[in-house]
Design a protein around this ligand. Structure first.
Ligand code: PTJ
Length: 254
């Protein structure tokens, strides 16, 4: 019998870790994905392991941006497939976004395992698997440059959760709006995306699904106003202040 209730943030964090390790054992997650999880956990701890006001603000802007999109695409990597496959599929249905598997550490076996997981969770069409429709996105050195001509390449809005390196800048240069989930407000991806949700994807994704559902009743003008009024740099700075305040509070307690 656990001494701490399951709803306690520390227990939740351990459950998320277990999901990722399980995903690694099932061949979904790259070895490096375990390191990414560790980095994320550290930032989650500093953020207080809860969805802050700034994250909620970014979630609202992201929902509006997705609903305004003509062709939104959600890019799926190993960590996301292990942590929240059901919700990723639900978000794609709610916002009419396509799903495309796009890996940094490219590996066909892992790609197949991710596709199987997404299908088991209700996905119908998954892009990123057909070499006949694949093309290259310029400005990226990694395997992430291989994208689907009918997916990320043609998209106007791309969701890139738990992202590394230089892809966000390349997507922006290609004229796309980029939404990311990243617990590190200082990462290159966070700093270069149009909308950065600084929260654990496992918490924020349900909120994004709900917000998209709520905002789907609003007209284009209202949605555009939400997007136009959102300032990512300001929002990121607020997240950094949240970390600073948490640290100060914890240091006082200690
Ligand atoms: O499956 P692949 O081959 O595409 O590889 C995926 C990983 C995640 C290994 C790859 O994209 C990578 O190496 O990413 P990075 O450079 O470690 O960046 C991941 C970012 O996501 C870091 O800033 C982490 O803090 C953040 N992060 C980790 N876990 C979570 C998270 N953000 C939100 N929710 C999380 N659960």
């Amino acid at each position: 019998m656990p001494l701490i209730p399951k709803s306690h943030p520390r227990v939740k964090s351990l459950l998320i870790r277990e999901k990722l390790v399980d995903g690694f054992e099932r061949g979904l997650v790259a070895k490096e994905g375990l390191l990414a999880q560790g980095r994320g956990e550290a930032f989650d701890y500093l953020l207080g392991e809860k969805t802050g006001k700034s994250a909620k603000h970014a979630i609202k802007a992201a929902a509006a941006q997705l609903l305004l999109a003509k062709m939104p695409v959600i890019s799926v990597n190993g960590n996301v497939a292990a942590l929240c496959p059901k919700q990723i599929v639900k978000l794609s249905k709610q916002t009419k976004a396509k799903l495309e598997v796009n890996l940094f550490y490219a590996n066909q076996k892992r790609k197949n395992a991710i596709i199987k997981t997404l299908k088991n969770n209700g996905a119908k069409e998954i892009l990123g698997t057909n070499y006949k429709t694949s093309t290259k996105l310029s400005g990226i050195d990694s395997a992430r440059r291989i994208v689907d001509r009918n997916g990320i390449f043609a998209a106007d809005v791309v969701v890139v959760p738990l992202e590394d390196g230089d892809r966000t800048i390349a997507l922006r240069k290609a004229g796309k709006k980029v939404i990311t989930f990243d617990l590190n407000p200082l990462s290159r991806t966070s700093q270069t995306a149009n909308i950065t949700i600084v929260d654990n994807v496992t918490r924020a994704i349900d909120l994004l699904i709900n917000e998209s559902k709520k905002l789907s009743k609003k007209n284009i003008k209202v949605l555009q106003k939400i997007v136009d009024e959102f300032d990512n740099k300001k929002n990121l700075a607020e997240n950094v202040i949240q970390i600073k305040n948490n640290l100060t509070r914890r240091a006082r307690i200690a």
